[in-house]
Write a protein that binds this ligand. Structure first.
Ligand SMILES: C[S@@+](CC[C@H](N)C(=O)[O-])C[C@H]1O[C@@H](n2cnc3c(N)ncnc32)[C@H](O)[C@@H]1O
Length: 439
């Protein structure tokens, strides 16, 4: 079974004989992608073209169907397919031809461009997929449940009686596959993003300490996904991605994964209450020491103070987190390394260094931003996360902070900072190399 899928993926993706991956049964259940040779950190593991992509069904923003621009005025397609475009050039784009013919033939009764048709476009495109692509998608993991039912219903209310039973069951499958395996394609020059189904990447299982990062080529290169090793991957090891943000604490990651991907993660990081000594999910006890769950794999586990042994129910801690409305309350209940406080520091660093114009911030702010950057980077190292994209971005910001500190003749620990700045350059170079890989 895994051989059949691998052969289909290879044929479609035009992967070479010396590819570095193979599909095999995973001990996590289902299938996974495994390294078929030793892969060094920074090496391109594979590149994957989307088999299906388009707007997110939940998106509030309506963008040009072809270029995803949201800044220019939109108008409907002149062929009456009711999709929005920002220019004639975008309207005649090759990628739009098939769906334009299909939608125009339905004679839908909309006057202008329709946000509903726009949001349903990814599923509409699934109906227009080639037989070869359908053969691959048939084998992919599909979620079931309310979310899928809602999305299929809204498509049916648009196209209802034009679809055969076979079409509806295909759309339901595709909707489940998108829900369970699609990635968010970040767009360089737009505030919006797309949903993309990448058939090989869709086979990657999750780990809270993944060994890859990924990035996307531009629209002209078909939004190709480049999967790069974020740490060394020995031959035979499973190739992992992460389905959720890496600096979330265990309780939040596991809840998110359970609700959106329907599994309970039991990776090494999840099993360790202290998350490799970072205490990312710790809360403060009344004695000012920290409390952690006794069994982090059990959502209902009691939390225990490391110092005085006080016990608290999981529910109690959740209600404390929900009641945090201001900084004072946060200070009182959360130790410095709690993930909520880390998230606030991250937001602060990115806000202050936005646009990279640091000349206007005060000396004190500059020092705080530099200390926060270093703290978060050390946390990433402690969590064994390797060279993630987020680390790359943070190192880039740190480099600008360091330039500004130099300009102001500040004293700083240049060696440690220099190592991170160098690491940022390495990540940037590796990503550029991955993007130049000719398909
Ligand atoms: C994108 S698919 C990954 C490929 C999938 N294993 C397959 O056989 O097609 C996502 C699904 O794989 C399973 N999965 C992924 N990571 C997992 C993990 N760490 N532990 C348990 N199940 C996992 C879950 O069923 C999840 O909904």
């Amino acid at each position: 079974m895994t051989d059949v899928l691998e052969a289909k993926l290879v044929r479609r993706g035009r992967f070479s004989e010396d590819r570095k991956w193979t599909i095999a049964e995973s001990e996590l259940g289902g299938r996974g992608v495994f390294a078929s040779c030793d892969i060094a950190s920074g090496e391109l593991v594979f590149a994957d073209l989307p088999i299906l992509y388009g707007p997110k069904q939940s998106s509030d923003l309506v963008a040009c169907t072809s270029c995803s621009d949201i800044s220019r005025p939109l108008r409907k397609c002149s062929k009456n397919c009711h999709l929005p475009f920002c220019s004639d050039e975008c309207e005649i784009d090759e990628s739009h031809k098939k769906e334009c013919c299909y939608l125009s033939s339905l004679n839908l009764t909309e006057d202008e461009w329709s946000p509903y048709i726009f949001r349903a476009l990814t599923l509409i495109r699934s109906l227009l997929m080639s037989d070869d692509d359908r053969e691959v998608v048939k084998h992919l993991h599909a979620n079931r449940g309310r979310q899928v039912d809602i999305q299929v219903s809204s498509l049916l209310s648009l196209l209802g009686n034009t679809l055969s039973e076979k079409d509806v069951s295909w759309v339901r499958h595709c909707c489940g596959v998108l829900d369970g395996t699609a990635f968010e394609i970040e767009l360089k020059d737009s505030a919006t993003s797309l949903k993309g189904l990448f058939p090989l990447s869709a086979m990657m299982n999750h780990n809270c300490v993944p060994n890859t990062r990924h990035l996307y080529a531009d629209r002209v290169d078909g939004y190709r996904m480049e999967v790069v090793a974020s740490q060394p991957i020995p031959k035979g090891t499973q190739i992992f991605t992460s389905y959720c943000p890496l600096l979330w604490a265990t309780s939040l990651r596991r809840t998110f994964l359970l609700h959106t991907k329907h599994f309970q993660c039991k990776c090494e990081r999840c099993k360790d209450p202290s998350e490799f000594g970072t205490n990312l999910q710790a809360v403060k006890c009344s004695c000012e020491s920290i409390m952690l769950p006794k069994d982090p794999l059990n959502f209902n586990s009691e939390w225990k103070c490391e110092h005085c042994g006080e016990l608290r129910s999981a529910k109690h801690n959740i209600s404390i987190q929900k009641s945090l409305r201001n900084l004072n309350a946060l200070d009182k209940s959360m130790p410095e390394h709690n993930y909520i406080r880390i998230q606030m520091k991250i937001d602060h660093v990115f806000k202050k260094t936005k646009g990279m114009h640091l000349e206007d911030i005060t000396d004190e702010e500059l020092r705080t931003v530099s200390e926060d950057c270093m703290m978060i980077l050390k946390l990433i190292v402690q969590l064994k996360l390797g060279n993630t994209r987020f680390k790359g971005r943070l190192c880039e910001r740190l480099s600008k902070v360091s330039d500004e500190m130099n300009r102001r003749c500040f004293q700083m620990d240049t060696r440690e900072m220099g190592d991170f700045i160098e690491c940022g350059r390495t990540i940037e170079n590796e990503d550029q190399r991955a993007l130049q890989n000719t398909w």
